[in-house]
Unconditional design. Structure first.
Length: 350
């Protein structure tokens, strides 16, 4: 079997690609909207045919790439019949199987984090893709989206910990750098759900987490209830660089690529003057036009080269990017993460 574990750094999401070598059929679990271009490239390079994208649950921290993958590759969308989502091709019940070639995964209902959570277990029970129901040394929160600590406790104990001890655990997220665990490890060492933890202990733990809601929840949940179908369809992919379009419709490009191709780009910095010369520095050769002045100064920007827009975090430059598109700049993109990410990646500044 072909197996790839992919990572989205923005949401700390793991996406899993599973392929049957004999037939070339594949499934993908928890794809991320902004990473679809990467996923399509990998699937095509490996010579696979994607038959389905599976969602472990309706996510609150990122938008799924399921709809985009269906548009690009013709794959079906599959998720729980208790998810409340519209637009899927397969609504899975407990015990349902999704096949790819001679392989399949079994869908096990594991509600608690959300009402429609599912764990996908490989046919030989060597691996389980647990979504947020069971994380490495943790679990998903239970304080929104029909969450229930009691339901999650029983879901994990009855549907996941009942698997063979050697069964590998692959979660939807990890925030500390771990990539996998096993049933035996989590039974022995999970501080929330391990074998020595009682239901009342777990319930008390979960009711006092005190976590803020996910930053993208108001965008991600409504989008994922439509399987990731955007309200406004993205423009044709750029032919001048590896531009990806966010769910909000903002074309973005990675700082590393911008740094490597600066001579062929027009870099526009939309921060204020004091920021431009401040502690974060600025991209060499960048043109400073503060966002508040852009509406009357955009004519100063050359159109001979693709335009990339940067600010401190990527927020102001996203607004500027959309404005420039409205003004007829068809080769324009926002620098993902702004100067904060630029400096975090140790790229050159002035």
């Amino acid at each position: 079997m072909i197996f790839r574990q992919l990572f989205d750094s923005q949401s700390s999401t793991y996406t899993y690609l599973l392929g049957d070598e004999a037939s070339g059929e594949a499934i993908i679990i928890d794809p991320v909207f902004e990473q679809v271009r990467r996923e399509v490239a990998l699937i095509e390079e490996l010579g696979l045919r994607l038959v389905a994208s599976l969602e472990t649950h309706v996510h609150a921290d990122h938008v799924t790439g399921a709809w985009l993958l269906k548009e690009k590759l013709g794959s079906r969308i599959a998720l729980s019949d208790r998810s409340g989502a519209q637009g899927a091709d397969l609504y899975l019940t407990h015990g349902a199987r999704v096949t790819f070639g001679q392989k399949y995964v079994e869908a096990r209902a594991t509600p608690g984090h959300t009402n429609g959570c599912m764990t996908f277990v490989l046919d030989d029970q060597s691996a389980a893709f647990t979504g947020d129901a069971l994380l490495i040394r943790g679990c998903g929160r239970t304080d929104f989206q029909q969450g229930s600590a009691v339901s999650l406790f029983h879901s994990v104990r009855e549907q996941i910990f009942s698997l063979p001890p050697s069964c590998m655990i692959y979660p939807a997220h990890d925030y500390g750098g771990s990539t996998a665990s096993s049933v035996a490890e989590e039974v022995a060492h999970n501080p929330r759900l391990g074998a020595q933890i009682r239901e009342e202990d777990f319930r008390g733990y979960m009711e006092n987490l005190g976590l803020p809601y996910p930053k993208l929840m108001d965008i991600a949940v409504p989008a994922n209830l439509k399987c990731g179908r955007p309200d406004v369809l993205a423009a044709t992919e750029a032919d001048w660089g590896p531009v990806h379009t966010t769910y909000a419709g903002v074309p973005e490009i990675a700082p590393q690529w911008v740094d490597e191709n600066r001579l062929g780009l027009c870099v526009v910095d939309v921060r204020e003057l004091y920021e431009f010369h401040g502690e974060l520095g600025h991209v060499g050769g960048a043109q400073l036009i503060p966002l508040g002045e852009l509406s009357r100064r955009f004519g100063e920007i050359g159109r001979a080269k693709p335009v990339v827009v940067v600010c401190r975090s990527g927020a102001r430059s996203a607004r500027a990017t959309l404005f420039l598109r409205q003004q007829g700049f068809d080769r324009v993109a926002n620098v993902t993460g702004g100067m904060l990410r630029w400096r975090a990646q140790h790229l050159a500044v002035e």
